[in-house]
Design a protein around this ligand. Structure first.
Ligand SMILES: Cc1cc2nc3c(=O)[nH]c(=O)nc-3n(C[C@H](O)[C@H](O)[C@H](O)COP(=O)(O)OP(=O)(O)OC[C@H]3O[C@@H](n4cnc5c(N)ncnc54)[C@H](O)[C@@H]3O)c2cc1C
Ligand SMILES: NC(=O)c1ccc[n+]([C@@H]2O[C@H](COP(=O)([O-])OP(=O)(O)OC[C@H]3O[C@@H](n4cnc5c(N)ncnc54)[C@H](O)[C@@H]3O)[C@@H](O)[C@H]2O)c1
Length: 480
């Protein structure tokens, strides 16, 4: 058959999803649950970045690191965990966690919910139309009666510095899938990927140098989060350098050299660039529907692309919150909106906190950085709340003074902050940093998304003696 005749084969669906990461999978599932037919297109592995090169492998690498650090702070236990981590066992566990980079399990799940998988690269080829080029070069056209959802995620950005291309740098993909521990590792970037991977590889045996061009780590969180994580990384033996910009990177055999703006040269075996993300929209046929290839896709609160009544962009690709759980939330909202519009529901619930509005993206995004100590935040930081024009007060508490913290870890170090909206007396943001705080975070997310008045929070009594008692201390501090 000629290429033209291949391309003429058209399969109709109600909804066509491009990208079978966690977000695309959830959106297709929601469409099916609403009685719509759905196809999903995937060019790599069903499960996406999260399952194979991001959340899952990184957390599998970090869990033993944090568990060992916790155990070392419990009297009577420390001597049992004094030695090195068994790096081979940790890497093997990570491999199990990624299903050895095979997607059979997730393909089975798609089948079980009745979503048809088309393997290949999907491109928009006009309104409500996606052309898929399969691994064998064959093409098939998918037409969508109601909606196309772009869920193609993001990829790592490596800065275009002299020598970088030939330096064979790691991105988050190599940092989460490497099968051996480099003796020396340079990590460039002090965001979430940078600090998590610095924490993991330092504990697994690398000598890590973390180069941060700004003044501190985790710049999107409250400043004390980056400070406490930097202290811990240094105590673990990492060389953390702030205000350090890499100007070139060169490889000579097994050695890579990073040159800083002050002329310092640092040698290592590998260099990881953890310097942010770009949308996977450059080869997506956006030009066929009047959009700019390579751009982030801006959407309304139902995740519908600005100016297109049939096109949705959900998850990382819309840049609202580059987090799996938040993308899946958007998928639930967008799936419900697509179904409602398909059923010609006269009025969608697009008001604040309505069923068809991803309101939490603006107000109550939770995030845990799985370092030691953990850094967990929901909603706005003080700086973000102030720049959004809210009249706020930041209330701080030293987590070491909570009875449950002392029991959790000897010499507990940590801090909590809540941001109170003084006009409405509700919380706009909460940050906890310290061992064991990640599981506290959902209480904060509920308080923020629920807009629970401070007066009512006073009646939410935390159990004694848990770390959660920090809630009582924060409220007491606020009330004076
Ligand atoms: C190292 C690391 C650790 C992370 N840890 C966490 C964490 O602990 N918690 C958390 O919430 N978030 C974490 N994230 C963020 C999380 O990975 C992303 O937010 C999430 O994967 C986004 O999901 P998605 O479905 O939008 O995109 P992706 O997971 O990127 O999936 C997109 C899918 O689309 C496919 N695709 C792209 N273009 C096409 C095309 N043209 N045709 C067909 N298929 C296509 C891709 O192959 C991919 O499978 C982490 C990120 C990194 C890099
Ligand atoms: N536990 C989690 O929830 C988790 C873990 C990892 C990643 N993620 C998500 O994945 C996304 C990507 O993470 P990330 O760390 O790659 O991005 P990021 O945007 O969080 O951090 C990138 C950092 O690199 C710096 N940077 C950019 N260009 C640079 C350059 N040329 N030289 C030096 N520094 C430079 C930036 O200033 C920034 O601090 C984030 O939005 C994050 O939310 C989440």
């Amino acid at each position: 058959m000629t290429e033209a005749s291949h391309a003429t084969r058209t399969i109709p669906y109600d909804v066509v999803v491009i990208g079978a990461g966690p977000v695309g999978e959830n959106l297709a599932d929601r469409a099916r649950a609403a009685g719509l037919s759905a196809a999903i297109v995937e060019s790599e592995l069903v499960g996406g970045e999260c399952s194979y090169w991001a959340c899952m492998p990184s957390k599998a690498l970090l869990r033993p690191v944090v568990a060992r650090a916790d155990a070392r702070r419990v009297p009577g236990l420390r001597h049992l965990v004094d030695g090195d981590l068994d790096a081979a066992a940790v890497l093997a566990h990570r491999d199990d966690y990624t299903s050895h980079w095979k997607d059979d399990g997730q393909v089975g799940w798609l089948e079980s919910v009745g979503v048809e998988l088309h393997r290949g690269h999907g491109r928009l080829s006009g309104t409500k139309e996606v052309t898929v080029t399969g691994p064998d070069g064959e093409t098939v056209r998918l037409s969508a009666r109601h909606a196309v959802a772009v869920c193609t995620g993001s990829r790592a950005v490596v800065p275009d510095l002299p020598g970088v291309a030939d330096a064979k740098p790691w991105t988050s993909r190599e940092a989460t899938s490497a099968d051996r521990v480099p003796g020396r590792l340079i990590v460039v970037g002090g965001g979430v990927v940078g600090v998590e991977m610095a924490t993991a590889w330092q504990a697994l045996g690398s000598r890590v140098t973390l180069l941060v061009r700004g003044g501190g780590l985790l710049p999107k969180m409250e400043p004390f989060a980056g400070e406490l994580v930097a202290d811990a990384l240094r105590e673990a033996g990492a060389d953390v350098r702030t205000n350090a910009s890499v100007t070139e990177a060169r490889r000579n055999g097994d050695t890579v050299t990073a040159v800083l703006d002050d002329g310092t040269a640092i040698e290592a075996d590998e260099i990881l660039f953890a310097t942010g993300r770009a949308p996977r929209t450059d080869d997506l046929g956006l030009d066929t529907v009047g959009l700019e290839p390579g751009s982030w896709l801006s959407v309304d609160d139902s995740c519908r692309v600005t100016g297109k009544d049939w096109l949705y962009a959900v998850g990382d690709v819309n840049r609202r919150a580059l987090l799996t759980h938040q993308g899946k939330y958007q998928a639930r909202v967008a799936g419900a909106a697509i179904a409602a519009r398909a059923q010609r529901v006269p009025l969608l619930e697009t008001d604040r906190w309505g069923a068809h509005s991803a309101t939490a993206d603006h107000a109550a995004v939770p995030q845990v950085v799985f370092t030691d100590p953990e850094a967990a935040s929901a909603g706005l930081t003080l700086a973000a709340a102030e720049s959004a024009g809210h009249r706020v007060r930041a209330v701080d508490y030293d987590l070491a003074n909570v009875a449950g913290s002392g029991l959790y870890a000897d010499g507990y170090r940590g801090r909590a902050r809540m941001i109170v909206d003084l006009d409405r007396e509700v919380l706009l943001g909460v940050t906890f940093v310290g061992p064991g705080v990640s599981e506290l975070l959902h209480s904060a997310t509920i308080a923020i998304a629920g807009e629970v008045p401070i007066d009512r929070l006073w009646h939410a009594v935390p159990a004694y003696p848990t770390i959660s008692e920090v809630w009582l201390r924060l409220l007491e501090t606020y009330r004076g």
